[in-house]
Design a protein around this ligand. Structure first.
Ligand SMILES: *Cc1c(COP(=O)(O)O)cnc(C)c1O
Length: 413
């Protein structure tokens, strides 16, 4: 009934003979539970033809829903026209995508194209080191506990999660962590050897924890005063997800560096690191590169994504749909609170979130348990009201089912 890969993963998970039917994919992920074969808008279909409401979007990636026709057309056309020529030559879409991103970020900056979130962060970290030139001895980067910046060694070093560091010591040197959303701690950490501060405006993997407006403004002031780059990692929060083009814009600040990726290709791998022209000037030809960066297929996808996003005014749609989720969920049994911005939400439950997520999956709804007590919702920014309402009803039912089984508390309602 399911694909051989799923069966093999199950076999491995239950300790069955690992040499028999074993899938040669490294065991870095938990065994999959289903094979998806098709998607459309907010919906996914598995191998058995079963339909699922996708409230996760491949972890905030398919922000325009699955199989968006304009993105699909752009990809099909580009694949028949030109796939790759290298960064020795100019191509059609990269300058257009860079200009659009620069405009959405307030203008006056420049873009480096990467292939993932971690690579966008890697670019920012290298830029910070080049910005704090070697003779000055400024190379430290300050980031927050609970943060997530990716899995390459430098991005991992910036990530504020010691358990993820442990197996890979020694990590690159020059990273310092402070408590998130604590301005005094950041103030004390930005000493004369610091070149940059790297923060998420909402910690996504860290449990959907928004930074306070005053905190972000205070960080901006400290960085300006001390000539340190303020770098905001918007890989998860960027491109409309949080009800603004970029989540930091809610605080009315302008960072020196912004990283993005997940939503930019709607599922086609692409990342970008934007920096003010002044900061970007630290890079000279030869300082940084990647073979696929800005290549025609990925930038054709990103160009189509940005056109649809602007036409649909996705920040406004995220705000409206996010408010609809929060209003409907608040006050229901077993929901304690809802936090986040736009359509990056954590639903704090009074019952175990992993059990509710499993119950939801069995009922055909995809979410993720982002902490032991909270579900993360990151649906398509084009989600309809009816789909929001169906999602809410499913969450309420799933939480009630788990509470009924475990005798969980009733919550505030
Ligand atoms: C997902 C994520 C990354 C890493 O992106 P990859 O594409 O997985 O390398 C970095 N920063 C943040 C904030 C993220 O959410």
């Amino acid at each position: 009934m399911t694909a051989p890969e799923v069966v093999a993963a199950h076999r491995a998970a239950v300790g069955a003979d690992p040499d028999l039917d074993r899938c040669p994919i490294m065991g870095t992920y938990a065994p999959p539970t289903v094979e998806f074969v098709r998607g459309e808008g907010s919906w996914l279909w598995d191998r058995d033809g079963r339909r699922y409401l996708d409230l996760l979007s491949g972890l905030a990636v398919t922000s325009l829903g699955h199989a968006h026709p304009e993105v699909a057309d752009a990809l099909a056309e580009q694949s028949r026209t030109l796939l790759h020529v290298s960064n020795l030559f100019a191509t059609e879409h990269a300058p257009v995508v860079a200009s659009t991103l620069d405009r959405l970020l307030g203008g006056g900056g420049q873009v480096f194209f990467a292939n993932s979130g971690a690579e966008a962060v890697e670019c920012a970290l290298k830029l910070a080191r080049k910005w704090g030139p070697a003779p000055s001895g400024r190379y430290q980067v300050v980031s927050a506990w609970g943060s997530f910046h990716g899995r390459t060694l430098a991005a991992l070093a910036a990530t504020g999660q010691p358990a993820k560091h442990e197996p890979f010591q020694p990590l690159p040197e020059g990273f310092r962590h402070v408590p998130f959303d604590d301005l005094d701690a950041l103030d004390a950490a930005v000493t004369p050897d610091v070149a940059g501060v790297l923060l998420e405006a909402v910690q996504g993997e860290g449990g959907v924890q928004p930074a306070g407006t005053e905190y972000l403004r205070g960080v901006r002031e400290i960085c300006t005063e001390r000539g340190v780059l303020m770098m905001v990692d918007e890989v998860q929060t960027g491109l409309g997800r949080c009800g603004a083009w970029f989540a930091h814009q809610r605080a009315g600040i302008r960072p020196d560096v912004v990283t993005m990726a997940k939503a930019l290709g709607n599922g086609v791998p692409i990342g970008a690191c934007w920096a003010t022209a002044e900061a970007a000037a630290a890079f000279a030809p030869g300082d940084h590169a990647t073979t696929y960066g800005g290549q025609p297929l990925a930038t054709a996808a990103a160009r189509a994504v940005l056109e649809v996003m602007e036409r649909e005014d996705v920040p406004e749609r995220a705000n409206r749909a996010g408010a609809r989720f929060a209003d409907a969920l608040l006050g229901t049994a077993h929901v304690d609170s809802v936090r986040g911005h736009g359509l990056l939400l954590a639903v704090e439950l009074t019952v175990p979130s992993a059990e509710v997520a499993a119950e939801l999956f069995a009922a055909g709804v995809v979410v993720n348990a982002v902490t032991p007590t909270a579900l993360r919702l990151a649906p398509s920014l084009l989600i309809s009201d009816a789909e929001v309402d169906a999602g809410v009803a499913a969450i309420v039912d799933a939480a009630a089912a788990v509470a009924g089984r475990t005798g969980g508390s009733e919550g505030p309602a």
